[in-house]
Design a protein around this ligand. Structure first.
Ligand code: ADP
Ligand code: MG
Length: 243
């Protein structure tokens, strides 16, 4: 559908002999919060990188925000990602010498845009970092740093937000905080969030879960509970293959 935020059609990604993605077809409607789960090595990160235009599939088609990424130049993909896409990673990836506020406005500056002070203030308040804008990342807790990373991803008002294990480095309570924040961002702004996780509790914050196994779609779950997700993961043999 034209209204999909992201669509993959028969996407294949090979690393030498290995097919990390082996014919993945799926679409993500706009305004949804979807978790992508699967055993370690099942292709989750590869999937996210292909869907976000950070990596090119060996075969198949990726349509991101209405644009078929096939045949697009690196320059075009860089601009599309900068203008329409946000990223959050497990390791936060903040710049340690910049303050919270400077980290958050960085994507705007890189895009040559003047930061909208009111928007920045609103986003910082939204992530609960109003009083921390002059702090350096090293002066913050892990959860606060991840909230800075989310604020930075939201500041360009991306149509699609990709998150790879965003709560992987956080304790349970802090993770809950960050997940609620991601969920609220979807609800309040109509943004699309696609989050890779291996935590059933994290997945239960999403509207739907997509399971990957051996580079293929291995199932879906709507309105997931942590229990139902954990059961599916057990069925996929995920926990044995986690280590
Ligand atoms: P997941 O995120 O689910 O753990 P990945 O997408 O990282 O899985 O990896 C899927 C498979 O592709 C794994 O077997 C991994 O070793 C392999 N792989 C991923 N990236 C590369 C790469 N750059 N070069 C070679 N093999 C890779
Ligand atoms: Mg991964």
């Amino acid at each position: 559908m034209a209204n999909d935020a992201v669509r993959l059609e028969a996407v294949r990604k090979e690393y030498g002999e290995l097919a990390a993605l082996d014919g993945v077809s799926i679409s993500f409607p706009r305004g949804g919060f979807t978790a992508v789960m699967g055993p370690s090595g099942s292709g989750k990160s590869t999937f996210l990188h292909c869907a976000a235009g950070l990596d090119r599939p060996t075969a198949g088609r990726v349509v991101l925000d209405g644009q078929d990424l096939g045949g697009k130049s690196e320059t075009y993909l860089t601009k599309l990602r900068r203008d329409r896409v946000g990223f959050v990673f497990q390791a936060f990836n903040l710049l340690p010498a910049l303050t919270v506020e400077q980290n958050v406005v960085l994507p705007l500056q890189l895009a040559g845009k003047r930061p909208d002070r009111r928007l920045v203030a609103r986003i910082l308040a939204h992530v609960g970092l109003d009083g921390r804008r002059k702090h350096l990342p090293g002066q913050l807790s892990g959860g606060q740093q991840q909230r800075v990373a989310i604020a930075r991803a939201l500041v360009t008002k991306p149509a699609v937000l990709f998150a790879d294990e965003p709560t992987g480095a956080l304790d349970t309570r802090t993770a809950a905080d960050v997940l609620a924040l991601l969920r609220d961002s979807v609800r309040s702004s109509g943004q699309t969030v696609i989050m890779v996780t291996h935590d059933p509790v994290a997945a239960s914050y999403a509207d739907a879960v997509v399971f990957l196994a051996d580079g293929r779609i291995a199932g879906h779950l709507a309105r997931p509970t942590a229990e139902a997700v954990a059961e599916r993961m057990t069925h996929l043999g995920a926990w044995e293959r986690m280590a």
